[in-house]
Design a protein around this ligand. Sequence first.
Ligand SMILES: Nc1ncnc2c1ncn2[C@@H]1O[C@H](COP(=O)(O)OP(=O)(O)OP(=O)(O)O)[C@@H](O)[C@H]1O
Length: 272
Amino acid sequence: MTCLTLEDLSVSLGRTQVLSGLDLTVGAGELVGLIGPNGAGKSTLIRAMMGLIPARGRCLLGGDPVASLRPGERARRISYVAQEREIGWPVTVERIVALGRDVYRKAGRALSAHDRAMIESAIAHMDIAALRHRPATDLSGGERARVLIARALAQDTPLMLADEPTAGLDPAHQISLMSMLASLAADGRGVVASLHDLGLAARWCTRLVLLDRGRIVADGAPEAVLTPEVLARVYGVKAHLSHHDGGLIVQPLSLIRPASPDSHAAVAGARG
Ligand SMILES: Nc1ncnc2c1ncn2[C@@H]1O[C@H](COP(=O)(O)OP(=O)(O)OP(=O)(O)O)[C@@H](O)[C@H]1O
């Protein structure tokens, strides 16, 4: 089943064309890692998938144009973890996570037993039980990130879009988060996460989509996308690639040279 379809999607911000002619489908059961250098367009793409910025072409959510959905309907179908982790109000962590259930409740109605169960499950998955009564404004960056991911989890949507969800997390919480995203996908949801850590992307994602200067230059299994040639041309790095427990290990080692201007054409053959 397809969760999300992009057809010839392009986005301009100001006078700059940031995304150009993207075609992509995300299926139920996929954990798609969106990778690419700084400025490649990952956040812009996630925001366009959410219908938060105007785009040309089509972005369909289960067949419906995302821009046509009312905010409440969209929030029942996609959860979104933004790159920004600012929390403006000094409300408790528990209340922030509970906001994820607001999309299912009429204003003023009490939380149902199911709402409470989803909130508790999200709190447990993100290991924030000890923080639940703390004002969210007093938390560290990584703690705040885990609270905002828990809110998205509590939303319990068929598709989750997460913009750099592992940024600022310690290694244990990074692994625990990626494992949880993989279980969401294994349960039949679609998950798209932008990632800079190529090791995590290779280890956990079922598929990688590599963006470079607003275009998809590779799309496929981690082994097909993260080749030495692609890493050199798109990121300008030499990396050590190996296998452990049947999974790909990627460790960037050194700079080669900046990605060349003709990198789009050169790596086009890696498209899946
Ligand atoms: N409002 C804007 N007007 C013009 N250009 C913009 C605007 N917002 C973003 N951009 C440009 O769009 C490009 C893509 O930005 P985006 O944040 O999507 O990249 P990214 O891949 O998420 O980068 P990073 O890995 O650094 O977070 C960048 O070159 C950025 O400078």
